[in-house]
Design a protein around this ligand. Sequence first.
Ligand code: HEM
Length: 309
Amino acid sequence: MKYQDVTKTPGENSYFLVFNIVDKQKHRDQLVSFCNNLSGLIRSMRTRFPALETSCVMGFGADAWESLFPQLAKPQQLTPFKEIKGSRHTAVSTPGDLFFHIRALNVSACYELASIISQQLAGMVTHVDEVHGFRYMDGRSIIGFVDGTENPEMEDERVDYAVIGDEDEQFAGGSYAFVQKYIHDMSAWQSLSVEEQEKVIGRHKFNDVELTDEQKIPSSHNVVTNIKDENGDDLKIVRANMPFSNPSKNEYGTYFIGYARYFSTTLRMLESMFLGSENGATDELLKYSTAVTGTLFFVPSPSMLDDIE
Ligand code: HEM
């Protein structure tokens, strides 16, 4: 089964682009041919720069999918993301018709592909969001902790958690990409001691070793996001978060992206973070991190994107 690059590691550089379509009916034919040609654009980048490992994932918001492809069914778990409003924290819902997650070893390859895509879509879309993420030190989030350790590791496991299978046959090989742009209150975060920060995350800061259950608190991020199925087995998604920052503007952020076979898994994690986990605790990390966007996209299989009409 072929799937877009939804199981890849976060990489060195990433561009996240979100667009809205100006007029879905008027531009439909051009947009469909753009979709059919995207794999060619990616192939061209890989041919031009074989060492740069350029990749690009394309996704569609629920409204866009329905309007552009009314002849197709809708993926079972594709709906517009509904805001999650807890008593303390809110996971906002923000619009987005088209999504691109571009990764490469060199930032110039991200730029090149993003600029070609933007030029080809010009006149048909409006800009919603653009974030340039970078690998920070040894894979740390901008708040200084290594991010991604508990992701599924082996490719077959990553596929199992991130890629739709026979349960939604028509969309097998697809995935659900959920994105949120978080802004961190860095001065509040830095006012904590390292020990306090470690309790927020549930791991040691310097060497990434997990805290013991006794050292963690019920609201530790890795307690709240650790969810299980009815047999007590961990439910996972494939996260490819990237830090971004404009230090001179005092902007420090995390672009959260989780690829999932079932959006319901990501949703359970979000509900646990924002509404409260089984033990009632909301995520301690949210005291220092505000979600300013939140959008769900469906990522079709490459063959569906190539052949879609
Ligand atoms: C774990 C950072 C948002 C799901 C972690 C870890 C860090 C981290 C440093 C520990 C290392 C690791 O296992 O990856 C962040 C930051 C976020 C964020 C900076 C945004 C401000 C989210 C969101 C979700 C999520 C929105 C889910 C929807 C998880 C999961 C784990 C995790 C499932 C592993 C938990 C376990 O140990 O079982 N995150 N995260 N994170 N995060 Fe996040």
